[in-house]
Design a protein around this ligand. Structure first.
Ligand code: GDP
Length: 341
């Protein structure tokens, strides 16, 4: 499955290929094989959530005619899967409106209306394809990654780098989480495994300087994608904000419109607590998307709905396991269908 889709001139060809202008729709299109892979991977990642909660939905739609008394049960299932009260309430209100407005009576129709509403909610914050999926992606594309320690930040960075490299995008990593020596070492180890360069300074060094050196190195080697790891401590919000702002300012000295993406890695297993963390980060920096790590390890995958509904942020990737290939682009249709299957 391709994560990076930029069309580029083939430098080995004498003639320059004339490319059609990239279309925004094409940016997010997957081939039939890719769609199948995406659905299979998403299905595995939400297996625990599906078995834990959503499988109960099936029973509610068994009768041919939908029974109005079941709305509360549907709402309860959503809440149990960690969608949060507000989000569950909103889903139910919107589906009820559709069902009543259209006079739907059959269980299958109500089920379809619920499916549509869940997909709509997940897609609401998706206004465009992420920068790396755009055929006219900038180069270098700078991605800053934020999130608390233990959320799965380093692993997610490694998975992304692995996927981008595989797709032909030369990727370089910056170890700007200089607060913990272990974070620098971890990133270096992953860098070696993936086969990407990692720019690092000593523990305690200025994270802005690391970002600057990473971009200089990216320039020198002609890297397509730069991923910058940042400190995950949250002891005071103003510290965090200052540090991240400094990294952003430094990036902009080299890449004026960067960072084009700021990804917040959330641990899906922490459910509603993760949402509170997310609010702190989105308040401090302009987060553009969410990586939901460890989705495979939780029965509370409903948190995805709370993220999109309450934070207004698109989920871009899901972590589906601990290995390098265990990262999938988030696809609302695949996600909802897997939950409701
Ligand atoms: P960081 O402190 O945020 O950088 O967290 P790490 O990347 O070191 O990850 C913390 C732990 O979570 C490690 O044991 C990872 O193997 C594990 N982990 C990360 N992502 C996933 C995932 O998508 N699925 C599962 N099952 N484990 C994950």
């Amino acid at each position: 499955m391709r994560f990076w889709r930029r069309k580029h001139e083939d430098h080995h060809e004498a003639a320059v290929l004339v490319e059609e202008a990239p279309s925004p729709e094409a940016d997010l299109e997957f081939s039939p094989d890719e769609t199948e892979e995406l659905r299979e991977q998403t299905g595995r990642a939400v297996e625990r959530t599906r078995r834990g909660w959503f499988s109960r939905l099936g029973g509610l739609f068994e009768r041919a005619e939908f029974d109005d008394a079941l709305w509360d049960e549907i709402e309860e299932i959503l809440i149990s899967a960690d969608t949060g009260l507000d989000t569950a309430g909103r889903v139910i209100a919107n589906v009820k409106q559709v069902v009543r407005g259209r006079g739907l009576k059959k269980s299958d129709d109500v089920r379809a209306a619920l499916r549509d509403e869940l997909i709509r909610m997940l897609e609401a914050p998706v206004h465009s394809a992420p920068a790396w999926a755009r055929q006219d992606a900038p180069s270098p594309l700078v991605i800053v990654v934020v999130g608390v320690n233990g959320a799965g930040k380093t692993t997610s960075i490694a998975k992304m780098a692995h996927a981008f490299q595989r797709d032909g995008a030369m990727t370089i990593l910056g170890a700007a989480d200089t607060f913990r020596a272990a974070a620098i070492d971890q990133l270096k180890i992953w860098g070696e495994r993936v086969g990407v360069r990692v720019i690092a300074h000593q523990p305690g060094a200025d994270p802005g300087a690391v970002a600057f050196d990473t971009l200089s190195a990216a320039e020198a080697i002609g890297a397509d994608i730069v991923i910058i790891d940042t400190a995950g401590r949250l002891h005071t919000k103003s510290n965090l904000m200052e540090e991240l702002k400094k990294i952003t300012r430094t990036v902009q000295k080299k890449v004026p419109d960067g960072p084009q993406e700021v990804l917040l890695v959330l641990d899906a297993t922490t459910g509603q607590n993760g949402l509170m963390q997310a609010r702190t980060f989105t308040g401090a920096v302009g987060v553009t998307g969410i990586v939901m790590a460890k989705l495979d390890g939780t029965a509370k995958g409903g948190i995805a709905f709370a993220i999109t509904n309450e934070l207004g942020l698109p989920v871009r990737f899901i972590g589906t396991g601990e290995k390098l290939d265990d990262l999938a682009p988030f696809d609302a249709h695949a996600f909802v269908d897997a939950l409701m299957s």
